[in-house]
Structures are given as structure tokens and as C-alpha cells.
Write a protein that binds this ligand. Sequence first.
Ligand SMILES: Cc1cc2nc3c(=O)[nH]c(=O)nc-3n(C[C@H](O)[C@H](O)[C@H](O)COP(=O)(O)OP(=O)(O)OC[C@H]3O[C@@H](n4cnc5c(N)ncnc54)[C@H](O)[C@@H]3O)c2cc1C
Length: 391
Amino acid sequence: MRLAWGPAEESFRDELSAFLDEHAPLEASVRYDFATAEGSDGSIPAWSRTWQATLFDHGWMIPGYPRDLGGRDATPVQTLVYLEEMAARGVSRSLHFPGYAIVAPSLLEFGTEAQRALVPAAIRGDTVWCIGMSEPNAGSDLAGLSTRAELDGDSFVVNGQKVWTSYATIAEKCCLYVRTDPAAPKHKGISLLIVDMDTPGVEVRPLRHINGAADFAEVFFTDVRIPAENLVGSLNDGWRLTQGSLAHERSGLWVEGVARLEHGVTGLIDLARECGVSDDPNVRRRIAEMYARASSLRALGYKGLASPDSGRMSPEHTYMKLASSEATSALFELGMDIQGAYGPVTDAVRGAEHGRWPLGFLITFANTIAGGSSEIQRNIIAQRVLGLPRT
Ligand SMILES: Cc1cc2nc3c(=O)[nH]c(=O)nc-3n(C[C@H](O)[C@H](O)[C@H](O)COP(=O)(O)OP(=O)(O)OC[C@H]3O[C@@H](n4cnc5c(N)ncnc54)[C@H](O)[C@@H]3O)c2cc1C
């Protein structure tokens, strides 16, 4: 069976294709599977800033949004066609997703008029944002966060520490989750503040990924004064906002996850030929299995879109983050196996594709942790989708 879009969707795709052919810079189509991230300090290259602004100005940054927010009021199906076409070409919209993917929808839903005015720059990429949720003792158990904010006159005074904060080294603003009522039950004493990263008392110390890239950090807050009007939503209602943020982070990611897998399968086929093992029945079977995994995930993604729960996180899409991140790990591991003894070699001379497979393998673990670890995803599926009892 071959699934296909109708003429209206294909004409939407044609319009997008014409735009991409004319405007997309070559660099935006270089797939980033972390093989080249070594030594990166997380800074955003000029071409990427220009490209994100161009997408916004032409209504192609978030097609489902109105014109003044970088979109064109596209329908959900058109948005899917957009995501698919971008993923099929390997074109990335932006190299810093929190602003357009998490901050923008959160501020549009919960922000004051002044806070909503920050949204266009977040989507256009003019302002770089980071998200301060995780702490040394609060990751999976996010509600246990202890960074404290006390109201003092017309300011909050913030003390504490965040960790694993992506883009903190370059961000101008942070959506910071803080404890504002330590006496309340832990889900009920959390609030969200907008913090300018150059406020006195904010200290950022870069952390390195296993492949050498340093695009996340620890962030320390010492007597940081934040204007009270930077509170987003109501005081102590931050837990509800965290749930919105995480949903925004997860929705739509499946398309990119599946495309990355499909692209990886093509890479495996080329690699097997290059290594002279493309006739080996075991290698052929394992690549075919990977192809089947990618195809079934794509079908599941479509099913989720068509499910009656559409608009909220569907059961299918709840599973997609877990399944695609773990399949991608298995895919890169297979790439190493195919190379035999040279599998773990990363140098440009002996390692295939400049160490794409071992470096890619190492960094795939990040996706099984960020935005909620695989174990936590399994808990969510068990409890909220399957209705199993908590142990
Ligand atoms: C690349 C990357 C980028 C990130 N970016 C950000 C960011 O921008 N902002 C931010 O705030 N955070 C960010 N994070 C942090 C991320 O959200 C946390 O790492 C994640 O939620 C896990 O928390 P933790 O690291 O504290 O691990 P822990 O919660 O300490 O978990 C340790 C282990 O125990 C398991 N575990 C914990 N609780 C349970 C349970 N109840 N049942 C079963 N197993 C359990 C976990 O699955 C994990 O294997 C990022 C992480 C990564 C890897």
C-alpha cells in the first residue's frame, strides 16, 4: 500500500518547494546527526540566523500560525506536509528550538500582553531562549525543584541552581521554573519567571556532551532580582505551565524523528556497500528490520494525527518519542557493527564518514533522556495510556 496526499496538499508542497529551492541555504540542508559537533560551543552561525528570519518573513517558520507570527494559517494537515517536506530534504528551521517550539506557545497561552509581545522575536530567532527546569536533584521528578524565588517589594529574589540547560551559554532570556511556596505540596508551589540572562547574579558554566560539544550548561542564581511583572501565569501555578511546555516540546517531533531514521537507513545501505557486506544475509536482515521499524513508526505517526485525541497528545504520539529515540540508537549501533573492527573509530582516515556512526551512537543517548527519559516515557504510557496501576 502506498499512502499519498491529495492535490490540495501537493499544491501546498509545491509552493513550499519553490520557496526552499529559491531561499534555503546549502548549510541548512547539511543533516546534523552530531558527527561534526566536536568542539562546538553551541553558538549560532550567521547563515542560520538569516535563514530563520527569512522563513519567518515569508510565513514559513510555523505555518499554522498567523502572518504576524511567522506563519500562514495553515491547517494541521498542511503543517504535516510542511514538516515532512522539510525533514525529507533534511532542512532545519532553526538551530535553537526552545524559543519557537516551547516559549512561544507557552507565552501565547499564558502570558500577559507585554509577555506575548516577546513572541515574534522568539519565533524569528532574534532572541535566543533557554528553559530552566532541571536541577541536580530534580530531573525526572521535576516537581521536586528547589530553586527559590521570594517576593521582595516589586521583585522576586532568586537563589539556586539549574543544570543541563540547553543554549544557556548563548541565550538572552530564560523561562525559569522556581519554587515560590515551599510550604505547599510540591506540585503547587512552583512559578514561572522570565529571566534576562545578563541580570547580575546569573552565572553560566558550560557542560560538555560525550562527543565534545558544549551547548548546554549549569546555571547558578545568587540573589538575582527579577521584576515581579516577569511572572508568567498565576503565582504558584507553574506546574500547569510545565505540562504545557513539555507537550509543546514533544508535539510534531515525531516527523523529524522518523525522517532521521529513514535517512539513517539509507546511510546504512550505502555503508554496507562501502564495507563490502551488502550481500551478507545477516546484515541485509538487520537493515530490513530497521527499515520496517521506521516505516511502522511513520504509519503510527499518521494514525496518531488521525486519532480522535488530535490536538492533545495522542497515545500513538506519546509512544513516538520513546520508540524513535531508541530506534535511532539501535540504528547507529548497527552502523558500527557493519564496519566490524573499525566500528568505534572516529578519525577521518579510518572511520567511515568522519566517525558519523560511533559519534552519532554516543549522542543518540541524549534523545533518550532529554525531554523525559525512556523510563519516564514508559511510566507515562503505562499509567496514562494503558491505565495500569502505580506500583
Ligand atoms: C541533551 C539534553 C538537553 C537537555 N536540555 C535541558 C534544558 O534545556 N532544560 C532543562 O531544564 N533540562 C534539560 N535537560 C535535562 C533533562 O530534562 C533531564 O536530564 C531528564 O529529565 C532526566 O533527569 P535527570 O538527568 O535528573 O535524571 P534522573 O531523574 O536523576 O534519572 C536518572 C535515571 O533514573 C531513571 N528514573 C528516574 N525516575 C524514575 C522513575 N520514577 N521510574 C523509572 N526510572 C526512573 C531515569 O530514567 C534515569 O535513567 C536536558 C538533557 C539532555 C540529555
